[in-house]
Ligand binder design. Structure first.
Ligand code: ZN
Length: 246
């Protein structure tokens, strides 16, 4: 049991160290963002599950099933188990997923009905009066897709539909959850190699995945033109536009 536990811990550490190297240095992730996102999740699950199972095997090795934690044999051992449980609990609290405060503001604006809704590409979209270019997706029952008039006015019909399809994909593929989990892990264990890489990768990969979903509905060219209008001055916007070329 102890050997199996140690092997599991070593394998889990190998996954945590190697997965970020593989996933941040591979060109295929640019063309297959959804596969890359799933790979990140699998790596995290394998790393955490392997580590926890390995520790459990080492701690519980050779203990009778009636007294797994050895509390009867030694009260101080029970204290150790208690400390370990508190540590796990503290980690869970540190990692817990928090929705961004900006989501609350947008959700409130949508709930209050301040923004008129317009159906675009079969999706009810809240059109917010604002000069700057803004489009976002707010998850949850009270959420939805929001586009500013400043952006809508600059876009042709198919480009606006591409923006809405992109935001819609963020909702249907639960990208907010993926980003929130990755950012929570980054906050909780910034010293773990790959935690920052995962957060950075996830933020980029969800944009690629949403672009691909929009491109399947409206064509790559409409999405590319929309990206250039909405986000053509940022580095990520330029990369998104170039991967939609041809
Ligand atoms: Zn997006």
């Amino acid at each position: 049991m102890v050997v199996a536990g140690v092997v599991l811990i070593v394998l889990a550490l190998a996954v945590v160290v190697l997965a970020p190297r593989v996933l941040t240095r591979s060109a295929w992730t640019i063309d297959h963002p959804r596969t890359a996102l799933v790979s990140w999740s699998v790596a995290v699950l394998l790393g955490v599950a392997g580590f926890v199972a390995g520790i459990a095997l080492v701690v519980l090795a050779d203990r009778p099933l009636t007294d797994l934690f050895g509390i009867a044999a030694s009260p101080s051992h029970g204290l150790n188990v208690g400390v370990a449980l508190v540590a796990v609990l503290a980690f869970v609290v540190a990692v817990r997923v928090r929705p961004g405060p900006e989501h609350d503001a947008v959700r409130e604006a949508m709930r209050s009905g301040a923004a008129p809704h317009r159906e675009i590409a079969g999706v009810p979209v809240a059109l917010v009066e604002a000069d700057h270019a803004l489009a976002c997706a707010v998850p949850g029952r009270a959420g939805g897709v929001l586009v500013s008039t400043g952006l809508a006015d600059q876009l042709r019909t198919d480009e606006l539909e591409a923006v809405v399809a992109h935001e819609r994909a963020h909702l249907s593929q639960h990208h907010a959850v993926a980003v929130a989990v990755a950012e929570s892990i980054e906050r909780a264990v910034p010293w773990v190699p790959g935690a920052r890489a995962m957060a950075r990768s996830t933020r980029v990969l969800v944009e690629f995945a949403a672009d691909d979903a929009a491109a399947r509905r409206l064509g790559r060219d409409a999405v590319r033109r929309a990206v250039l209008v909405a986000d053509g001055t940022s580095a990520l916007g330029v990369i998104r536009a170039s991967r939609l070329e041809g």
